[in-house]
Design a protein around this ligand. Structure first.
Ligand code: ATP
Length: 256
């Protein structure tokens, strides 16, 4: 991969009153690339994901998706156009089962309406629902959640919930996947599972990923390219090997 830019950030700045959380970030992300976004707490990583996913309109600058300016688009528009993200705090519905939770974004994307009726098992759309459920079960299995697929999410331990969050983000094959600390709360085996699933997706599809992560080994092992943010600004942008030995990155972040 490495053709057209799926995403282009041009001088994106986000201010909260007097605080500049994201400071003139310019970044091109070609299709099929995994970009790791690292940096100390408060560097602006989550705020940057918020902007790309439409939750926060930048104060200045432009966000371009597949060549079109989407700076002012809403989160739901961007979601319908293939941007998916996960959050540091999972967004699963506690009272729904694992399968139902994975079905929600898929249904929403596929037809938007009729969702509640299907979740409640109303008969009119049963055949359509069966096709979707097949996809749901595929993803549930991929994410190692088959054994708990009919369990309500509220009863899951944190690692499983994080994997569920990930499953919900990938179920409808997003074009651009934004992951906010996906390994937090995961055990070693779960982290390994996540790595394998992500690698598989990136290899098979034209999936483009921005990965915010404090687990440096995880980022370095997955990313084609790593960007280090400090105080909202890009301090360094390079291959994992370049970033690991960059003295400024070591001083600002890796050396801690
Ligand atoms: P962490 O690694 O701790 O998640 P981060 O790199 O994701 O940090 P952000 O959460 O994006 O950093 O925060 C960047 C800066 O913006 C911080 O100084 C933070 O306090 C500030 N900030 C974030 N959200 C808001 C908000 N809603 N209102 C005011 N300030 C905010």
């Amino acid at each position: 991969p490495g053709g057209e830019n799926v995403l282009r950030l041009a001088d994106v700045t986000v201010r909260f009153g007097g605080i500049t959380a994201v400071d003139a970030v310019t970044l091109d992300v070609p299709g099929g690339q995994v970009v790791g976004l690292i940096g100390p707490n408060g560097a602006g990583k989550t705020t940057l994901l918020d902007s790309v996913s439409g939750l926060r309109t930048p104060t200045e600058g432009r966000i371009v998706l597949d060549g079109a300016d989407v700076t002012a688009r809403t989160a739901s528009w961007l979601s319908r156009h293939g941007i998916r993200r996960t959050f540091q705090r999972h967004q699963a519905f506690g009272w729904l089962t694992v399968r139902q939770n994975v079905l929600v974004p898929l249904e929403w994307r596929t037809r938007g309406r009729g969702l509640l009726g299907d979740l409640l098992g109303l008969p009119h759309r049963r055949r359509e629902t069966e096709a979707l459920l097949q996809r749901v079960d595929e993803v549930v299995e991929l994410c190692g959640l088959s054994d708990v697929r009919d369990v309500s999410a509220a009863t899951l331990p944190i690692g499983r919930l994080r994997l569920l969050e990930f499953a919900r983000a990938i179920v409808d094959s997003p074009r651009l996947l934004l992951l906010d600390e996906p390994t937090s709360g995961l055990g070693q085996r779960e982290t390994e599972l996540l790595r394998e699933v992500l690698l598989g997706l990136v290899r098979r599809h034209e999936l483009t990923v921005i990965l915010v992560e404090h687990d440096v080994d995880f980022v370095m092992g997955l990313a084609d390219r790593v960007v280090c943010l400090v105080q909202g600004a890009v301090l360094a942008d390079g291959t994992p090997a370049e970033i690991r030995r960059n003295p400024e990155v070591i001083a600002a972040y890796l050396g801690n």
